[in-house]
Design a protein around this ligand. Sequence first.
Ligand code: ADP
Ligand code: GLC
Length: 485
Amino acid sequence: MDNQPEICFVASEMYPFSKSGGLADVIGVLPLTMHKMGYKVCVITPLYGRILTANFRPRLVYEDLKVGYPWPETTTDVYRADFKGMPVYFLERGEYFDRRYYYCTYKGDYFDNCERFIFFCRAAISLMQAFETPPKIVHSHDWHAALVNPYLYYQRRFNPYWKNTSTVFSIHNLAFQGRFSVRLFWDCGLPYEAWNMNGVEYYDSFNLLKGGIAYADKITTVSPSYAEEIITPEFGCGLEGILQNRSSDLQGILNGSDYEIWDPSKDRFLEANYSYDDLYGKHLCKKDLLKLLNLSDKLLSRPVVGFIGRLRDQKGIDLLMELIPELVSLNVGVVVLGEGDSRYEIELMNMVESFMGHVAGIVGYTEEMAHIIQAGTDIFLMPSRYEPCGLTQMYSLRYGTPPVATAVGGLKDTIIPYPDEDATGFIFQQPLVLNFFDEIKNALNLYQDADAWKEMIIRGMRADFSWRRSAEEYIQLYENFGYDL
Ligand code: ADP
Ligand code: GLC
């Protein structure tokens, strides 16, 4: 087959084909960046039902490829698309992936998530084994793809096809581990010896993420600060022990920002485009946002704060909810886009009702609104309790919307905090309401000083988090195995 991939990404989401959060953004751009740099890269991902309905027709390349799980006879069909010249392989098994949501409904996780992603990992390996030559690097992401690592670890012992392949596992969020009953381990195809405290076992449960950490040759996470945090009990989500054991193989590589998609000078979702040397379009975007969300036009001359993200404790949405009445009393507009925990969704709707014209809330997931809010608000709020990297603050910097964020993970690594003379945003230490409010007030004060505010906006818009730098770091990591890629 032409263009044999040497680097295979295995991940459960890839923008624009599927997305529930930042993982999809990363898989939509990092491999492509490597491809553009001349490396032979491919992505392997599930064929979710919606991909075919989205008027997108990948080509069937393997029919009935044997997977052998959950039944010895189980197979997968594999479809291939060229995404801007890079091959993307979609693994098809309708019973598992043709569903309304990716991982859960409002009632909770799909009951068969473990089987779904065991199947995914085993099917990915079957596919790579069908290639003419084995890949040099298999780079898997998060708990859904984690089992690729123990499978390949054991395959390498007896299957010569795999003996020159190395594995890299990236943790995008340690809190999502994929923990299941031991029962599901028995027939997953790993040898019994993997069931131990240095393997996939975690207090009697089958922990897929832990399997990735235990068996990958190298482990990365998405910012240098998060790499330091996750070896501590405060941020380690119970896996700090094994991460400490593997700390010499653990590295933090900061994510980037996809400026093909997230750039106000060419963003097709915006009412007007703008750049740091001409900010007039941002004013028009704010006007458009206020109109679109039925917010008072008086807010045009007042600061409007924005939040985009999963409505979960991780993101500190509860801290913002508590502050909304205070912000309204300061005559500040508030715009929230998110979905997640139903109690926060309901609380948000109540806030909208109580503060009509001052607070707008959209419960749901719309890519277009995320762009419109980034451009149309003045200050971006990100009071996360932990943040492996965070992409939205990088987007907000580019959109001239200085962030107010907690001093954690990637937020610390991407925002230069006020009052530094190079400041691009605002950082507060502990995720507490009072700290958050104090920092928002600092931002509101600076906003009053039009010149100083504009300077901060311009510094943020000029900050460069392009993916090439991150891609080079990953390539270096791959080459350290001794490959000539
Ligand atoms: P996480 O991956 O933890 O959710 P990130 O900041 O890394 O956080 O990435 C979140 C991505 O998901 C961004 O592209 C953001 O714009 C998008 N996003 C989050 N919530 C929504 C939503 N409700 N509607 C549209 N896009 C959203
Ligand atoms: C996760 C993290 C987020 C990170 C994203 C992409 O979802 O929560 O901080 O930016 O993955 O790596």
